[in-house]
Design a protein around this ligand. Structure first.
Ligand SMILES: Nc1ncnc2c1ncn2[C@@H]1O[C@H](COP(=O)(O)OP(=O)(O)OP(=O)(O)O)[C@@H](O)[C@H]1O
Length: 653
């Protein structure tokens, strides 16, 4: 069977794009004839669930609350099933339970999940299935083909050659009618890419690259109009039929034509089954119960209205009606037939084999060293294509360098410029660090992708942490150089190459530490406004205790001993101060005749000079400790990264 080809236009919104559409359609239909042998499911012949119950601790009463009760179901290979119900009816709970994900926060789950009539371990189910989230985890700056290829590289065992991998990618692109968009980017807030429907198709296609035999889809049509919803489900159905896959999708309110595409309907209300069977037979079933479904109405709309607890019309006893529907289903011959079918597949699995023995199957593992490299490669492409990630920050830092360089313009070695030099060092280092908060949105986006990929078993926190850390280094080094080239010379800091390079090093360490802090804070609080506020607060704190605003001798002991010594900005400030003043000499006011007035006493006072070290002494800073301070900086950076990693390990959503 061939997958149908729908829209191949960029906006993807209509069936009526004339000649271009027709041409694209034929092209895709031709390509669809390429056999996708790797996708064909000859492992899972049936997927069932028996007596599934989910209980949570009620948020209000703190008592056990059942959010899914005694759900039973059986889906055969090649079938597409819709889990439908009003909002809060338990669709996501059931889908998550079936895919061995956390059903709900703190939920207790009971029941059996059966493949070919045998209970399946979660590790096996992970290998045999894929889960497509409602919110896609696509990276906007990658092209369609890159998205598919990176998904394949993350998931497929290294034994699969590049040629085979790309063949799979191209095969899936043609199956989903996306050959025409292969080199189009997914789309960023700044650069438009795919339409909503194409993004959904890509989301599904990128999960199919691992050859899952069971596909879970969480509201694959959310945010799409009815024409695009139909198109997306039609593609999914065609792929499923062609490759004999088990596909389970939660769906909110499909149009009549989309509703009819499903092979089975699981209708839920308040966590209980109202109907399970062919969608087309639902009319007859509910008519027999006394709920006459008008012929001209969208059946999905009618059914959802019928079982929606939130819609209360005058004189309408919703509670009684839903109780009646639940009870009628529990006692119906159809419900008993499903239970019997489940018992039959279970007993068959014990006698004659109803498919390969999944328990004994060995699945190839991804090489642990390859994952960070693939993530690094992907992050690299994203970093230079997506201006939000680093581009905006580069421009911002350049602007800051010009601002500072022109405010602290060509400072001299007169003693009146000593304080402006100190201020420029404090402001430059602390403000550069502060502005790392501009990294929060980009990190949160990467984290969201990571969370979804981890849930699909594609990568772990270690690989993500390594890739995230390494990808930032060249950019931060570039920013440090760019800022310094402008600011250092405009402000007239100590004009030697070695002093310049030391300055660059301190700034680089400052930026790396600031970015590591952002990663830690945003991992703990993955909400934009919260992590922005916390990171800004932390930076304010580091500025207050770094030794510039209040000298160490007068800073109270709490701030000094609890925070100052772990304040990376303090080491940057003192490192830059030592770099600037350790071998510079400044001029006092006055002259040899009238006498000199020196702001800092030093051994050069008789000749009207101030030795730079006298300024350092006023701050109680000593020279020759730089390597120790660099070591502490590296320790702080690693500390932030390790803590960030641990947070990612613990916090899974
Ligand atoms: N701790 C809890 N306390 C009380 N109710 C809870 C708790 N956890 C989950 N629920 C309820 O369980 C029900 C099932 O939620 P679920 O997300 O599965 O519904 P859904 O059908 O997917 O809804 P939607 O279409 O809105 O996504 C909801 O009514 C939800 O409020």
């Amino acid at each position: 069977m061939r997958a149908p080809s729908m829209d191949t236009s960029t906006n993807g919104s209509s069936h009526a794009n004339g000649a271009a559409f027709e041409e694209g359609k034929h092209k895709d239909l031709e390509l669809n004839s390429i056999p996708s042998a790797h996708l064909i499911n000859d492992i899972v012949q049936s997927f069932g669930w028996q007596g599934m119950n989910v209980t949570v601790k009620d948020r209000l009463t703190k008592q056990p609350l059942s959010i899914l009760s005694d759900a039973n179901g059986l889906v055969k290979a090649g079938e597409l099933i819709a889990i439908m119900g009003p909002s809060g009816s338990g669709k996501t709970t059931l889908l998550n339970t079936l895919s061995h994900r956390a059903a709900a926060a703190g939920a207790t789950t009971r029941g059996d999940i059966l493949t070919n009539g045998q209970p399946i371990e979660w590790q096996h189910l992970r290998h045999l299935s894929a889960y497509v989230e409602q919110e896609d985890a696509l990276i906007g700056s990658l092209t369609v083909r890159e998205t598919m290829d990176f998904a394949a590289r993350l998931a497929l065992a290294p034994s699969i050659t590049k040629k085979d991998r790309l063949a799979r990618v191209d095969d899936l692109l043609s199956s989903f009618g996306m050959v025409g968009q292969a080199h189009t980017i997914v789309g960023t807030p700044i650069k438009k890419g795919l339409s909503g429907g194409q993004k959904k198709r890509l989301g599904v296609a990128s999960r199919l690259v691992t050859d899952p035999k069971i596909l879970f889809l969480d509201e694959p049509t959310s945010g799409l109009d009815s024409a695009l919803s139909y198109e997306v489900i039609n593609y999914i159905k065609a792929i499923g039929k062609k490759n004999n896959l088990v596909i389970i999708a939660s769906i909110h309110q499909p149009s009549t034509t989309t509703f009819e595409l499903f092979d089975r309907l699981c209708l839920l209300s308040k966590g209980k089954t109202c109907y399970f069977g062919p969608p087309m037979a639902a009319r007859q079933y509910f008519n027999a119960l006394g709920y006459q479904m008008p012929l001209e109405i969208n059946p999905a709309e009618y059914l959802l209205d019928l079982i929606n607890t939130e819609i209360v019309r005058e004189g309408d006893d919703v509670k009684a009606r839903i109780e009646h529907i639940h009870e009628a289903w529990d006692n119906s011959p159809d419900a008993h037939a499903i239970k019997n079918d489940l018992e039959m597949v279970v007993s068959h699995s014990k006698t004659d084999k109803a498919g390969p023995d999944i328990i004994k199957m060995k699945f190839p593992h991804q090489n642990a060293f390859i994952v960070p490299l693939v993530l690094l490669h992907r992050a690299w492409i994203k970093s230079y294509r997506d201006v939000v990630a680093y581009g905006i920050r580069v421009v911002m830092y350049l602007g800051l360098a010009i601002l500072m360089g022109t405010v602290f313009l060509r400072l001299s070695t007169s003693q009146t410029d000593i304080q402006p030099f100190i201020n420029a060092i404090f402001f430059g280092s602390s403000f550069m660090s502060f502005m790392a908060i501009a990294y929060v949105p980009a990190f949160l986006e990467d984290r969201a992708t990571f969370v979804k990929e981890r849930a699909n078993g594609l990568c772990g926190p270690f690989a993500f942490t390594i890739a995230n850390f390494l990808i930032g280094l060249p950019y931060l080094f570039f920013i440090a150089i760019l800022f310094s080239v402008v600011e250092y010379f405009l402000s007239n800091f100590r004009p030697t190459f070695s002093a310049f390079m030391m300055w660059v090093m301190w700034l680089f360490l400052d930026l790396v530490a600031a970015e590591s802090l952002i990663v830690l804070v945003s991992s703990i609080f993955p909400v934009f406004v919260v992590s922005l506020a916390v990171a800004a607060f932390a930076n304010g704190l580091w500025m207050c205790v770094d030794g510039f605003l209040v000298p160490m001798a007068t800073l109270n002991v709490f701030w000094k001993y609890v925070f100052h010594y772990i304040d990376y900005q303090a080491y940057v400030f003192q490192g830059m101060l030592v770099n600037e003043f350790e071998s510079r000499v400044f001029d006092c006011a006055g002259n040899a005749h009238t006498g000199y007035q020196c702001m800092y006493p030093s051994d050069l006072a008789p000749i009207g000079k101030i030795r730079g070290t006298a300024i350092l002494e006023a701050f109680n800073y000593h020279t020759g400790l730089e390597s120790e301070w660099v070591g502490i900086m590296v320790g702080i950076i690693l500390g932030y990264r390790v803590l960030g990693y641990l947070v990612l390990v613990i916090k899974k959503t």
